[in-house]
Design a protein around this ligand. Sequence first.
Ligand code: GDP
Ligand code: IMO
Ligand code: MG
Length: 469
Amino acid sequence: MCATPGWASVCGPAVFQVEFELSRGGTSRGRTAVIVGAQWGDEGKGKIVDVLTQTFSVVARYAGGHNAGHTVIINGKKFILQLVPGGILRPECTSVVGNGVVIDPLAFLKEVASLRVAGVKVDGNLFVSNRAQVILPYHRMMELGSENAPGRVKIGTTSRGIGPSYEDKMGRRGLRVADLLDTHLLRTHIENACREKNMIAHALFNSDPLDADKMFREYSDAARELVPFVRDTALLLNRALAEGKSIVFEGAQGTMLDIDHGTYPFVTSSSSTSGGAATGTGVPPTSIDTVIGITKAYCTRVGSGPFPSELLGAEGEDLRKRGNEFGAVTGRPRRTGWLDLPLLRYAGMINGISWLVVTKLDVLDHLTEIPVCVGYKVDGKETDEVPAQACGYDKIECIYRNMPGWVSPTQAIRTVEGLPKAAREYMAFIEKETGAQVGMISTGPDREQTILVDEFMHRLGLESPAARD
Ligand code: GDP
Ligand code: IMO
Ligand code: MG
């Protein structure tokens, strides 16, 4: 663990009060790990973050918004988290919504209210960055108009206003959480933005205009409720690290949905890959120790766009049913296919993945043979290159290898040794083909249905819950 010189003076002024209890002091920096989706999202990141909070102290979301749906099941009780980080389900954990997230205040408050009803602690342990961008109703209006406009590429978005909000951020005309709390600024911002967006949406999509006064009243009320959660979270996180606390950076979406590295334009509008963890939280890249990629034992995607190993027809339908592959947020059926190793290798390269977590192994329990895409052919030639253009995927022909299935239940299995031989061989094959090590295997949706590989636990310093900093 390296101590980072110089910055302790920046993040250690006495005026700043750390809101959470420090169970241990110390001079060395806390451990950090990024959890990143290695496919097109819905890999099971929520479940894995929840398992890791056994020992990590802080969870920080770094990108996306309430387009995410992270499912955590604890003793049969289901939580679907959209904006609130996975750490919230352990009261001793601190949860942070970072500056890279786009936050719909109404959606956030609704999620917080439902967590309160479920008896989850959300006061004093949940913080939102004062630099996060705000999603406002005109972002949804612009997205709906654009998705349905004739001649436009339909992305199949979640209709949450994510893209237009990131557009305003990059266009330097967005509203940030700190501005939301400034009543005067909020009013002028909403008045100006509504005038502009109403004109554009009417001209382009014939949309009905939004009422700025009504919007101001609704969002100034929400701002008042948001105040207790708002902090300078970059300061909070760096301070926590300096005090020896460990942080999990919770990714949303997945590598192939990343704005730069995904299947553009069929992507989301944020940096969902591991690089986004630094810019999306204000923790420097030099403070990131490990990147953990999450992959299903097969592959899914929701929304439009390329999917080389997609299964169409009855086989795909069967995998969808067995894996319960329906969107956690929109309920849309997910497209299904076989594991795609060229894409996994690409995700490994882009994110710097050293550990893989393989989820939903149990969904393949019935198969006698499991096809895996081991390479791509383009114009009859083998290639490991992932196309830059979405249309480039049309030329890809997947090379498949059939792995032997195990045809026995894996659901209750908690150790690697307890897995059927063919399942262990499937894991070893993934390791050999990707160069990453498998650190965890998920054999069911519940927190307890997880295999933790000893070396992974040891390397991450996660031997036991007592190891929490
Ligand atoms: P995320 O967005 O990456 O957090 O993933 P989602 O929560 O959207 O989707 C993953 C789905 O798979 C959820 O319904 C989980 O409850 C479920 N799940 C996670 N791990 C496993 C597993 O190992 N086996 C099975 N059968 N389901 C799992
Ligand atoms: P989690 O965090 C799966 C997809 C949408 C659409 C595209 C753009 O649960 O893994 P957007 O609303 O972001 O502009 O939609 O991205 N998408 C996801 N797919 N899991 C997600 O999040 C997703 N978030 C966005 O379906 O294709
Ligand atoms: Mg999801």
